[in-house]
Design a binder for this molecule. Structure first.
Ligand code: AMP
Length: 294
């Protein structure tokens, strides 16, 4: 039976009860508008933990002033139905004031800010100033509220996973951060709540992002790190030619978001891309290891 919890006290009481019964607890953090990508994290948590909590909170402080906080899709009733079907144990759906009682709605209004340096200075961190500070500040708070053993994160947002893993390590939190593979539509487009912003024509273009990143990853797998520069340039040009409005970045980093330097094994590399298409900003990434030997 899905328990719908709205207050911090209710979550603490529930997790205390589960702990007292000796149950392990897994947590999946989301902004709602749930799709099979989110639900795959619930499935992974259910496989490894006795009880699963999903948090559903559109976190205002991770959005920039000109970003889509106001129009971000909110589909709470459908989300609860999906979680009931998946036999999730509890959903924590707090009001904004519950998480930010002092009225903080932007990262620059926050008093205690959590910043992971270095990892947030590349890729989306450059394109969305303050975004990851908003994520880590809120996620650390959620981890203090939901007393979990494991927390599950999608590789679709690989940098977010890497940043949270680093925060948990730096803070010595007793929680395992588990990465989960990206769930895609049949045509390869990574599932995302923001895909609803795409019209029919844009939706037909969108899968090219994954297709081109994969092609690039395959080329790097075959020819090594010397071709990274020309490959990323070629991907960016091809994406523009395919109809994307803007390419924010196409770059290659290791799985720890370090640079690809001489001697770095190609298996450690990932190709990252971010584009704009109509009203949507789409991101994706592909592990080169996945393409080695294909
Ligand atoms: P969001 O609600 O977009 O903040 O995402 C919540 C969690 O779901 C994050 O860990 C995301 O990385 C993960 N997620 C989102 N889309 C996908 C996907 N297509 N496949 C796997 N995980 C995903």
């Amino acid at each position: 039976m899905l328990r719908v919890l709205h207050t911090i006290e209710d979550v603490r009481e529930q997790t205390r009860e589960w702990r007292a019964a000796g149950s392990s607890i897994g947590c999946v953090m989301t902004m709602g508008a749930l799709h099979e990508g989110h639900l795959s994290l619930v499935d992974a948590a259910q496989r490894e933990c006795d009880k699963v909590v999903l948090t559903l909170f559109v976190n205002p402080i991770q959005f920039g002033p000109s970003e889509d906080f106001a129009r971000y899709p909110r589909t709470e009733e459908a989300d609860f139905r999906a979680l009931r079907d998946r036999e999730c144990d509890a959903v924590f759906a707090p009001a904004t004031e519950t998480i930010f009682p002092s009225g903080e709605r932007r990262i620059d209004q926050v008093r205690t800010k959590v910043v992971v340096r270095g990892l947030t200075d590349v890729l989306c961190g450059l394109q969305r100033p303050g975004h990851f500070d908003g994520v880590t500040t809120e996620v650390l708070k959620m981890l203090h509220i939901v007393d979990c053993d494991r927390t599950y994160w999608g590789e679709k947002d690989y940098q977010q996973y890497a940043v949270i893993r680093a925060m948990v390590e730096d803070q010595g939190l007793p929680v395992e951060v588990v990465p989960c593979p990206t769930v895609r539509d049949v045509d390869g487009l990574a599932l995302s709540s923001r895909n609803t912003y795409l019209d029919e024509g844009q939706r037909a273009i969108a899968p090219r992002l994954y297709a081109e990143l994969r092609r690039g990853a395959r080329r790097i797998a075959e020819h090594g790190i010397d071709v990274i520069g020309e490959t990323t340039k070629h991907i960016a040009e091809t994406l523009l030619a395919r109809g994307f409005d803007l390419v924010e970045y196409v770059e290659v980093y290791t799985g720890s978001l370090g640079p690809a330097v001489a001697g770095t094994p190609v298996e450690e590399l990932r190709v990252f891309g971010a584009v704009r298409l109509g009203g949507a900003r789409l991101i994706d990434n592909v592990a080169v290891a996945y393409e080695v030997g294909r």
